[in-house]
Design a protein around this ligand. Structure first.
Ligand code: NAP
Length: 333
């Protein structure tokens, strides 16, 4: 069972334990600030956080993390967690329900285990897969509709699978699914893929992968398991049916940016806008890193870089605030 964390005071609270959060914990520990990382999916056993890593846990192989030729996602998550813990950041297993900004500028992180208070917060809360929102998707989730190839791919030995989406995730996961499936059909709403050329080329070269382009899924059909997809070609308006054993949906990501109880500037898709030099949001003392931040791409490498910047900036910010307070300047920050 998780420790109760009621009413603790820190310099920095880090919300979320994916690559960005673990990097922030590492740097905060090394900067010798009083910091805590809160991770909802983790468990603390003998003082060690287990089960952190965010999306690394759903990633099979990582081959684009410099310095590491190739590593399984869960293995990288374990190493990052251990390394982050070495330098003294407190690791807590709790679910963050709300982040409140008190009138004196203190950030109060309300969790299901109690409140954490700090002048600065780094939000590294990642997000969740976007849903298609078509009939059958919710009803057949877990019985043929999936958002995680690593988690569910092995259930589809020899099957014909559909993958919906045209971005990096769709193309990469389609290739991964050919380990199990006999055929993987990528269904994309436009005539060309959004994915990086190197990933798209790998999918095109794979004899088990084929493509249905300019096409949307209008419904997922089946009774207690997925049987077929109703498709519509957006150019010809032609409706067709595709028999499949399962459908994996990779149509983007919804950031966890709804936790702060005051307005934080964000882009039209809901990602936080941050100062490029410091990763600070529009709320003084609230920093953001990783997949919650508005940016061109979302990689482990960018999450780690953002979090490094955010933590160094947050540390300076906390020290400057303390200096000003000692000098009698009681601003709202
Ligand atoms: P993404 O790049 O936003 O792509 C989402 C795809 O889903 C797009 O092709 C989009 O179509 C399509 N889509 C969105 N809404 C849809 C809907 N309602 N119906 C049908 N299709 C829809 O998302 P992602 O692939 O999840 O990647 C997220 C981020 O992670 C990206 O920055 C990506 O670079 C990164 N990533 C990187 C790697 C890697 O480097 N190995 C692997 C995975 C993810 P349109 O193209 O028409 O917009």
């Amino acid at each position: 069972m998780a420790d109760r964390v009621a009413e603790r005071e820190y310099d920095i609270v880090i919300v979320g334990g994916g690559p960005a959060g673990l990097t922030a914990a590492l740097y905060a520990g090394r900067n010798k600030v009083r910091a805590a990382l809160v991770e909802a999916k983790g468990a603390v056993v003998d003082g060690r956080l287990l089960g952190a890593g965010g999306q690394l846990l759903n990633t099979e192989l990582i081959e684009d993390y410099p310095g590491v030729r190739s590593i399984l996602g869960p293995d990288l998550a374990e190493i990052m967690t251990e390394q982050a813990q070495q330098f003294g950041t407190e690791m807590l297993a709790a679910s963050v329900e709300r982040i409140r900004v008190d009138p004196d500028g203190t950030k109060v992180v309300e969790t299901d285990q109690g409140e954490l208070r700090a002048p600065a917060v780094i939000i590294t809360a990642g997000g969740n897969p976007r849903k298609l929102g078509v009939p059958g998707e919710a009803e057949l989730a877990g019985v043929g509709v999936s958002y995680c190839a690593v988690c569910d791919g092995a259930f589809f030995q020899g099957a014909h699978l559909a993958v919906v989406g045209g971005g990096d995730a769709a193309v990469e996961e389609a290739v991964f699914l050919t380990r199990f499936a006999n055929r993987v059909t990528i269904i994309h709403r436009r005539g060309e893929l959004r994915a990086q050329p190197i990933l798209a080329e790998e999918a095109r070269r794979n004899p088990k992968v084929d493509f249905i382009l300019d096409t949307v899924v209008e419904a997922i059909e089946g009774d207690r398991k997925v049987k077929s997809l109703r498709l519509r070609n957006v150019v010809s308006d032609e409706v067709s049916s595709l028999e499949v054993g399962g459908v994996f949906i990779f149509v983007g990501f919804l950031p966890n940016t709804g936790l702060v109880d005051t307005h934080v500037d964000h882009d039209p898709a809901g990602y936080y806008l941050t100062d490029p030099l410091t990763m600070e949001t529009s709320v003084p003392g609230i920093f953001a890193a990783g997949d919650v931040r508005s940016q061109l791409t979302r990689q482990v490498t960018t999450a780690v870089g953002d979090a490094t910047t955010a933590t160094i900036a947050a540390t300076k910010w906390v020290e400057e605030r303390a200096r000003r307070r000692r000098a009698g300047d009681e601003g709202p920050r």
